[in-house]
Design a protein. Structure first.
Length: 346
């Protein structure tokens, strides 16, 4: 007798086929979903990358018209001189260039914002990393003690005072320690060939009245810079008005009632001692347009804003290619070059 096999019912075969089709359809849908998600993710990343590139490119277009962009870019170049992403945190910063740029900033908030937009980094964090705590403080002092900043101008307008740094115009000054009176607001050594010291005045001497002008010097003995105050008095020999500078840390404002009560000794200064022949002979450089500032190797170290006083002319150089360069001594006593077409010499 032949063995009989039980045939699989047609309904079961249909059910298996249906299940396989559903499984295939599910896998297909899952694959399509994965492709769609990947495509959307790629599109989103592409849009984000394009936006970031556009934002950076659009910002960089402002480099010749927006001082904050110029200053952000030159600060980055001075802080991270290698330029390569992998080497950003190696090497040293060009401190002189960083501080020279700081003295030109009038809107620090704008510079911070542009720096963040361009490099996705915090400017003060980068300054602290590359310059150290003292270097960061010196940078901030350079900015905070600049009477030409937007913030200080607003404070001066609101208060009606010429200076916003504690020494308003027509204040009486008295020395709180032995103080060097200087022709310029620079911490130059007495033993230097270019010493600007007029004389050393003992503690407790009346100097004269403030003009309202202050200046900040990054060079010299102090780790965080020196703030200077301009003083007006009358010369002992010619009875003419004369002007000089003194470190703010060595003087204080003396209320008029206290001055009348104490009558401190008067500082006698001759007119000839306040004159500086080099400054009279050399002409001053003023920028007429945004001007690239270069070091001794003609490497870009800063971008000066229009109508900015750069310093004193030292010499001129023609490169034989139609370019005339001017070497100048900055207010920080550093030597730089600038193309003559960007400046006026007065």
């Amino acid at each position: 007798m032949e063995a009989q096999t039980n045939p699989i019912p047609a309904t079961a075969t249909t059910a298996v086929a249906t299940d396989r089709k559903k499984d295939t359809d599910f896998k297909t849908k899952l694959l399509l979903l994965g492709i769609t998600v990947a495509a959307l993710g790629g599109t989103a990343y592409g849009i984000y990358t394009f936006y970031e590139h556009y934002k950076k490119t659009d910002t960089e277009k402002d480099v010749l018209t927006n001082p904050a962009v110029q200053q952000a870019e030159t600060l980055r170049a001075a802080l991270f001189r290698s330029g390569a992403d992998w080497a950003l945190h190696f090497g040293t910063a060009d401190t002189d260039a960083v501080l020279a740029i700081a003295s030109t900033i009038t809107d620090f908030s704008a510079v911070e914002a542009e720096y963040k937009s361009l490099y996705n980094a915090d400017l003060q964090d980068d300054l602290r990393e590359k310059l150290g705590a003292d270097g960061l403080q010196k940078f901030l002092n350079t900015f905070n003690y600049n009477p030409n900043t937007i913030e200080n101008k607003a404070k001066a307008k609101a208060s009606g005072k010429t200076s916003t740094i504690g020494f308003p115009a027509h204040s009486i000054l008295i020395t709180t320690a032995s103080a060097n009176l200087r022709r310029t607001a620079k911490d130059t050594s007495r033993w230097s060939l270019h010493s600007n010291i007029i004389q050393l005045v003992p503690q407790g001497n009346f100097l004269g009245e403030t003009t309202g002008k202050t200046a900040f010097d990054n060079d010299g003995a102090s780790n965080t810079g020196t703030l200077y105050v301009e003083v007006r008095t009358v010369s002992h020999d010619t009875n003419k008005p004369i002007f000089f500078w003194v470190a703010a840390s060595q003087v204080r404002v003396l209320p008029y009632d206290e001055y009348k009560a104490k009558r401190p000794p008067f500082t006698r200064i001759n007119e000839k001692d306040t004159l500086n022949g080099l400054e009279i002979l050399n002409k001053q450089l003023i920028t007429a347009y945004p001007a690239p500032i270069m070091d001794a190797k003609f490497k870009l170290v800063a971008m000066a804003s229009p109508k900015q006083e750069l310093g004193r002319e030292l010499m001129q150089l023609n490169d034989g290619k139609g370019n005339q360069y001017v070497k100048f001594l900055s207010h920080q006593q550093n030597e730089y070059w600038v193309n003559k077409k960007f400046i006026k010499i007065i």
